[in-house]
Design a binder for this molecule. Sequence first.
Ligand code: ATP
Ligand code: MG
Length: 423
Amino acid sequence: MITNMTTNNKEINKSVKANTNFYIANQITPEGLDEIQRLILAHSLGLHVALEGPPGVGKTKSVYEIAKILGLPLHLKSCSSRTVESHIISYPVLMEKNGVSITEHVNGPLCSAMLDGGIFYGDEFNLLRSDVQKRLNSAFDDRRTVDRNDGAQITAAPGFWAVISYNPTENVVARDLEDSVADRFIHFYYGRWDPDFKAYVSSRIAMGKNNINTDTAQEFNLAASWRAITPQLEFLSGKIESGKFIWRNYFTGELWNGKPRYIYRVCVGKSITNASLPVAKNYSSNAFARLISRFTEIIYNLATTGKSPILNENGMKNILDNEDLELLSVHESSTRIESAALSHYNELLRRGCNAVIAQAYSTRLVIDQICYGQFRGRKLTSLTVHDLVTAIARCLNLLGEQTRYNTTAETDQANTAATRGNK
Ligand SMILES: Nc1ncnc2c1ncn2[C@@H]1O[C@H](COP(=O)(O)OP(=O)(O)OP(=O)(O)O)[C@@H](O)[C@H]1O
Ligand SMILES: [Mg+2]
């Protein structure tokens, strides 16, 4: 049964009211996936996430939203160079028991999150001293344990998930994450907000309430459409069709009748067009695994020797000749990174995602991982490290030709209609 538009608008309104801070997803990958979908995917695969980006682009906010969606407790720790392990793991307190003074250990945010199968969020994680960062490593890899300072070993309950955020360029003392730490997280880069989007969010916050009847996205020249998450954590996109507001599976386009668990808006910006699928080859899962491995090997050779005969043959000669490859440094890829990319690939296919898109998204995870931190924006000659690595992936047919392409049935007209319909 398809509910009619008025009912659905009422439902959306109710949900919006429940979420006093209405979320507007805006960190959209060229494949069309937004940060809410990306975080849910990573969580469902048990992969911890490192969010990198300048201040105020919604890193913290997006993690709060995920905690809300997953219904998990969030244990937050803002880190600085003065943070020591006891602030994160556990700290001793003097207690009196039967008239005797004893020392008890109180769990810090990391142990609390591990024990209750919740989310640990470590803000500004790169500011932690490197020995403190490394001390936490066992919690974030397959061991899923950490030794408390009183000798007790804490093992993570199922569901335990960690997100850290960092900004390597914010201040002069900031450095990159420790390599061994970075390897235990998949990296998402949150870009600076477009001025129109910043103005839109600021005005919504200043308004103090979020009512879709007074949505002003269009006044800021933004195309905002509807997305939602089902109770089974599947992805939906919503629009008006023949006068009715309906939800469809984001990947398959299949009609979805039910009550979403979480509804949000997504600002796809002006640059996304409804272009057709990219011209990229669609590899089998094993062929894709081999290609990813070859891709990271090529980058590694290029960074260590400045040469790559394979790329010269593949039409990259002009680009490579013009760039100062001595400046090319990247983080080395690892099995952990590449298997995280492949598990995303498989999960996206399971959800009905087009294979070419799944391949491009998974490749991008590898790119963001080997370019994380200060390497990303480093200029070679005309290209940055991230641009060059992306160009190489494109040359290997791992990414599409277009820089941006859309995956969904969302259209600007439908959203215009949705906004009008609400007035
Ligand atoms: N997608 C969003 N939709 C609506 N409001 C948002 C969104 N993202 C962020 N905001 C609002 O913008 C402000 C800044 O966001 P937030 O604190 O999450 O940024 P941050 O990237 O964590 O910054 P910092 O690096 O300084 O910690 C907050 O008031 C938040 O509520
Ligand atoms: Mg923050």
